[in-house]
Design a protein around this ligand. Sequence first.
Ligand code: NDP
Length: 248
Amino acid sequence: MTNRVALVTGGNGGIGTEICRQLAAAGYTVVTTCVDAEKERIVDWQRELEGEGVKVGWVECDVSDFASCAAMAEEVVAEYGPIDVLVNAAGITRDAFVHKMNHENWESVISVNLDSVFNVTRQVIEGMRERGFGRVINISSVNGQSGQFGQTNYSAAKAGMHGFTMAVAKEGARKGITANTISPGYIDTAMTAAIPEEVRESIVAQIPAGRMGRPEEIARVVVFLAADDSGYVNGANIPVNGALYTSF
Ligand code: NDP
């Protein structure tokens, strides 16, 4: 068990919720971000977890906005203490073939999925350097590795995340900081539920495991990477995709 503080962006999402659950079970003080503090959804979500005995705090933050991230990090540190583990899990999709994609959908996906990792990491990295410990875990996607139809924006953002990871890993290695990427395949959450049924079926048919992944299967890798004794795993990309995409 640990008593470290973990910040999970997008912690109330399908994958994020399980990450929060498993980090809390491992002893972390867990805090998540919420885009709109007026939303009753986050309060209900928090209550539901509380009912299971899982305590998770939340702070309002739009991860695509640098100033919002700065204010959020300040609040987290003041209320919960220095952030030891950062999990960048917030993400969106806005799919369209490149010849039909509008600029707004390009920009929003790049900014929520990619700019966000700088926006949030920048707030916590100096403290991690000073304390000589930190874990940055970026949730990318198989589609950042392989490219995907209709997802030039998402594939570019998710591939960019791992470039960021590798550079942070090198910069932080001597300061006790690791940065790693997890690249999930198709995971059963609201994000994939939005895919039309016939497309979902054709995707599952291509997965050697014969099924979509479960959020728990991503969360267990987060807990592994977050651990104090995982310090030599640094700059890695860990695919969790049921063998959908394999590379050396
Ligand atoms: P969800 O749609 O369930 O969750 C996404 C989360 O991101 C939500 O908590 C959402 O908050 C948050 N979010 C969105 N925009 C912002 C923003 N501007 N600022 C702060 N938070 C924001 O997605 P998943 O759980 O499925 O995905 C989680 C991560 O995993 C994403 O990065 C996704 O790209 C990645 N991934 C998912 C896969 C899948 O198959 N599901 C496969 C590969 C990667 P709110 O609910 O308040 O809007």
